[in-house]
Design a protein around this ligand. Structure first.
Ligand SMILES: Cc1ncc(COP(=O)(O)O)c(C=O)c1O
Length: 450
């Protein structure tokens, strides 16, 4: 048995993969990724693939960046792990100060955890408890968007709105007010038709006018709803939501887990509309995509509601074992330093422009009914018949077939149903983008013409 076969046998016998129908898994056949170099992953047979999903939307500077590796190994010589319950350590403090410096508005306090889902869970609990301790205990519910995705823990699923993922857990979830998402797939004017989008933002006003006294917060993925299929909001949409929240004294929670750290062309997507959230969830790219770390940022106003005497019990009774792990903090600090030193966000502008141009050609292909993009996040939606926009049957798994075909052209990407998601690392060159889009174009032609 070769090494690869042995690994696969162990995998098939014992490993349960996320978001995967395990009965189909052994037939795929799976790639065994052994190494990475820059923007490329290398499998156990030595084949190189461009990492077209940034290893699930996290890679900022490319894999195995020497500065991040050095920061982690230097930290490992000093301190591997120590709790933040009752103790502190230098890098947790330094990173909190750095995050407060780079985040918009008054987000001066960082609460660490390990995943985007926990960052969201923490934001929801803080928002709820904030009002309990601010003399408005009746403010208990949340507003969230249709087709929102905020993670897979029960609170995050409650505010999530993707039926396929979330419906089965219905009885376990708390009810939320649902705002229609600002995008009509069939709109002939396209997804960023401002009038429709802004009308959707106005739909928040009557909800808050009627129920604002019972609503503690609104949670939104600003500018782009990622897992919904890269749904791009029209300009002004997030700002309008923020203004309405402020008018009705409802906390504004920005989930920047996917959009943060330069993914949409600015460090945070809120900044594009001058929005200053009360709470902001960070994850994914925070460590450059190297180690699991997340942070929930809170304003001074929110934080101060948790201050009191010991026996007032205003404490935020929440914390995870690996909260603020020093190695993860070292990676995050090194990544932030690289971002500033190399002006990474500004440097993505020409790559984003090149990406947009290449995607315009993909949009012209038969069976591509729509391309949605903001910054370096994009989705290419497939259709059985472009003229009538007729969907493929789910059992045909066209998105899946396209991404499998793209592997033969040296690219790893992932589908969301019949949308193919493209999420190149921020360190991608224009040549990388050409490889990605060339492979995608060929894969679409091969699969749809077969
Ligand atoms: C907007 C958003 N929030 C939260 C999450 C959950 O993050 P994690 O998978 O790290 O729990 C994701 C993951 O894709 C996301 O896109």
């Amino acid at each position: 048995m070769s090494d690869t076969q042995e690994i696969l046998q162990q995998d098939f016998d014992h490993l349960w993969h996320p978001f995967t129908q395990m009965r189909l898994w052994p037939g795929e056949p799976p790639l065994v990724i052994e190494r990475a170099e820059g923007n490329y992953l290398i499998d156990s047979e030595g084949r190189r693939y461009f990492d077209g999903v940034s290893s699930l939307w996290v890679t900022v500077h490319g894999h195995n960046h020497p500065a991040i590796k050095r920061a982690i190994s230097e930290q490992l010589e000093r301190l591997d792990h120590s709790t933040l319950l009752g103790l502190t350590h230098p890098l947790a403090a330094r990173l909190a100060a750095e995050l407060a410096r780079v985040c918009p508005g008054q987000l001066n306090k960082a609460f660490y955890s390990e995943s985007g889902s926990t960052a969201v869970e923490i934001a929801l609990k803080i928002a709820y408890q904030y009002w309990q301790q601010s003399g408005r205990p009746e403010k208990k519910t949340f507003v969230a968007l249709g087709e929102a995705y905020h993670g897979d823990t029960i609170g995050a699923v409650s505010v999530g709105g993707i039926e396929l993922f979330h419906q089965v857990y219905g009885p376990l979830l708390f009810p939320v007010h649902r705002l229609p998402q600002p995008f009509c797939r069939r709109c002939p004017l396209g997804l960023t038709h401002p009038a429709c989008g802004l009308a959707c933002a106005e739909a928040l006003e009557p909800i808050l006018a009627e129920h604002g006294d019972e609503i503690c917060g609104l949670i939104v993925e600003p500018r782009v709803q990622g897992a919904a299929g890269i749904i791009v909001q029209p300009e002004g949409y997030v700002r309008r939501l923020w203004e309405i929240c402020r008018k009705h004294d409802v906390l504004f929670i920005a989930d920047e887990v996917a959009t943060g750290f330069g993914r949409t062309g600015s460090l945070f997507s809120c900044e594009q509309e001058g929005v200053e959230p009360d709470l902001m969830c960070l994850g994914k790219g925070i460590t450059g995509g190297v180690l699991p770390l997340a942070a929930t940022m809170a304003t001074d106003r929110v934080y101060e509601a948790f201050l009191g005497e010991f026996d007032e019990f205003k404490t935020f009774f929440h914390g995870h074992t690996y909260t603020g792990n020093p190695l993860a903090c070292a990676a995050a600090l090194a990544s932030l330093e690289l971002m500033e030193k190399n002006q990474v966000v500004a440097g993505t502008a020409p790559v984003i422009a090149h990406f947009a141009q290449g995607l315009a050609k993909i949009a012209a292909l038969d069976h591509v009914v729509q391309v949605r993009r903001h910054g370096l996040m994009a989705a290419v939606e497939l259709s059985a018949d472009k003229a009538t926009d007729t969907s493929y049957e789910p059992g045909e798994r066209m998105g899946h077939r396209v991404i499998m075909a793209a592997r033969n052209h040296g690219v790893i990407i992932r589908p969301l149903g019949d949308s193919v998601v493209l999420m190149p690392p921020l360190s991608s060159t224009t040549q990388d983008i050409d490889l990605l889009l060339g492979a995608l174009g060929r894969a679409i032609a091969e699969v749809t013409e077969a």
